[in-house]
Design a protein around this ligand. Structure first.
Ligand code: HEM
Length: 531
């Protein structure tokens, strides 16, 4: 029969096919098993925080972190309401902490839950260092000898040079004098400006003049523009395998900034700069780093110096000017500490505001900056878990876990801020510290992070923001040049995973004119008065 013949003929083929199928099937099983292990099943100790799996296995969270920055963690925290949870990402897992109670335990464990190892990875990736530079930055970031490593050693000195006192004062003084110059540029005319862009330049120049001194590389517009191109592209630069191909603007920008800073160190410009730049140079030079590597590290440090103060002052101006009552109350408060002096000829006055009074006698101004932080903090503090640790005797966190502390979760939780959590109301920060309101909010306000890694630059940042905001609102009226003069929310996004404060989605286009009734007057800061 043709049929059986066919069968006879096909039997070995079928066997071969089955055999091949068996091999293919076995391989498929093994691959599926591995994929299943990798994508859907995670070894999870019962004592570990809940693991929240992504909708798109394995890479889902990573995609959303790239898209939404730390807001991704906030969204999950709001949905799940857990004090701490974990998410799987390629290569490991991230634990996210959401309550002051758990955070206080994180803060108490700076060795087991450390900042330096993760900061070193980010700095290394962004700075494009030589082999020796990379080795230096990544060396001894944790463990018993960690203070010998560059990261921890330099951080100790960064904190001490930026603490209130004679080493910080030359920086804050220079910043204040530069801000006087910035405000003077607006005198006697209406200036149409992009608010963020304007503060980028004015704050950028004042901070870098204060820190780098008379040879400040930012005085070269190519270096300044290069830095901001770098800052705008941090997220892409962090993940790209080849920056020149996938992120040419950021890559070229940082190269321009690196060149300026390399020349600065080559020419010993830092010797005329602040104590901060001198100690940073010393730690790197002692370990044999070249001027180019030291310059590269400095450009990355400027992210910390500028990337948060500039958007904070932007948002503070926005929140103040859109609320006429708040603007009037702040002007009233500051006028109490401003001393007028009639300029020769009697046609105008110079009003002097002492920086020290802004700090101690202008509570509503400080509260306005704080409320701006509360609304616009996007930032996180990151940590790396260097050994197994149990938080609150309850949550086991395994060695190798990355930990994120998204401050916005706390800042937007009605449990701590009450039903008015969504309102912009600086006066909430003026409540009596013994009140129920103040007690509830205690520990839930962390714009500068917390624990051993609390922001080292907070004193400089606050001094600059108080001074800049006070001068701006005392000297200037401003209205949006678009939207019929209405203050429309410009949209906000946590621009990079490294940023602590949201960037606006679009800049505000404003007409800034001399303040009505004070058209001829000048407002200046006096940073040197001691009382
Ligand atoms: C609005 C302004 C600023 C904000 C909101 C801000 C916020 C932060 C946050 C959230 C951290 C992480 C803290 C943690 O991990 O717990 C941090 C760390 C740090 N910031 Fe700032 N920062 C600001 C300005 C500055 C300035 C002006 C400088 C330098 C002059 C600076 C230098 C640093 C340094 C060196 C660290 C690392 C501290 C350490 O690890 O010990 N920051 N900042």
């Amino acid at each position: 029969m043709p049929g059986s013949l066919k069968l006879d003929f096909e039997q070995p083929q079928l066997w071969d096919t089955l055999h091949e199928h068996r091999v293919a099937l076995s391989i498929t099983f093994v691959v599926l098993f591995i994929l299943h292990k990798l994508l859907f099943v995670f070894d999870q100790d019962a004592r570990e925080p809940t693991l929240i799996k992504p909708r798109i296995p394995l890479i889902g969270h990573a995609i959303n972190i790239y898209r939404f920055g730390s807001r991704h963690f906030v969204g999950i925290a709001k949905k799940c309401g857990l004090p701490i949870y974990q998410i799987p990402v390629p290569g490991g897992r991230i634990a996210i902490v959401n309550t002051p109670e758990v955070l206080s335990h994180v803060d108490k464990n700076p060795d087991a839950i450390a900042f330096a190892p993760i900061a070193a990875l980010v700095i290394n990736k962004l700075s494009g260092l030589s082999k020796q530079g990379s080795k230096t930055v990544l060396d001894k970031t944790m463990g018993p000898n960690k203070l010998e490593g560059y990261m921890n050693a330099v951080m100790v000195d960064i904190h001490s040079t930026l603490a209130p006192g004679p080493r910080l004062e030359p920086i804050t003084t220079q910043v204040a004098y530069d801000l006087n110059g910035s405000i003077k540029k607006l005198h006697g005319k209406t200036t149409r400006m992009n608010l963020l862009y304007w503060f980028r330049h004015e704050f950028g120049m004042s901070s870098t003049n204060g820190i780098y001194g008379p040879e400040n590389p930012f005085k070269d517009p190519k270096v300044e523009a290069g830095f901001w191109a770098f800052d705008d592209n941090i997220s892409d630069l962090l993940i790209t395998p080849k920056a020149s191909l996938t992120c040419p603007t950021g890559d070229r920008g940082r190269a321009d900034a690196w060149a300026g800073f390399a020349k600065y160190f080559e020419n010993d410009g830092h010797l005329k700069g602040s104590e901060l730049v001198k100690v940073r140079h010393r730690h790197a030079a002692e370990r044999g780093l070249s001027s180019l590597d030291i310059g590269k590290l400095e450009v990355t440090m400027i992210i910390g110096i500028l990337t948060n103060t500039v958007p904070t002052i932007f948002w503070a101006v926005y929140y103040v000017y859109r609320d006429a009552d708040l603007l009037a109350a702040l002007r009233d408060e500051i006028s109490q500490i401003a001393t007028p002096k009639t300029v020769e000829g009697g046609s105008s006055r110079t009003w002097t505001i002492k920086n020290i009074d802004l700090k101690t006698k202008a509570p509503l101004l400080t509260a306005t900056i704080n409320e701006t932080f509360r609304h616009r903090t996007c930032g996180i503090s990151s940590r790396f878990v260097t050994q197994d640790v149990t938080l609150k005797n309850e949550y086991l966190i395994k060695k190798g876990t990355v930990m994120e502390l998204p401050n916005n979760v706390l800042h937007s939780n009605p449990n701590y801020w009450g039903s008015t959590v969504g309102d912009f109301n600086p006066r909430r920060f003026l409540a009596d510290s013994r009140s129920a309101e103040a007690k509830a909010a205690r520990g839930a306000f962390r714009p500068f992070g917390g624990g051993a890694s609390l922001c080292a630059g907070r004193h400089q940042a606050m001094s600059q923001m108080l001074g800049g905001l006070a001068l701006f609102i005392m000297s200037s009226d401003c209205v949006p040049a678009e939207n019929g003069g209405e203050w429309k929310f410009p949209g906000a996004h946590g621009h990079t995973i490294a940023a602590a404060v949201d960037l606006p989605s679009s800049d505000l286009w404003l007409d800034v004119s001399p303040r009505k009734g004070y058209e001829a007057d000048l407002w200046v800061l006096d940073p040197e008065a001691k009382e």
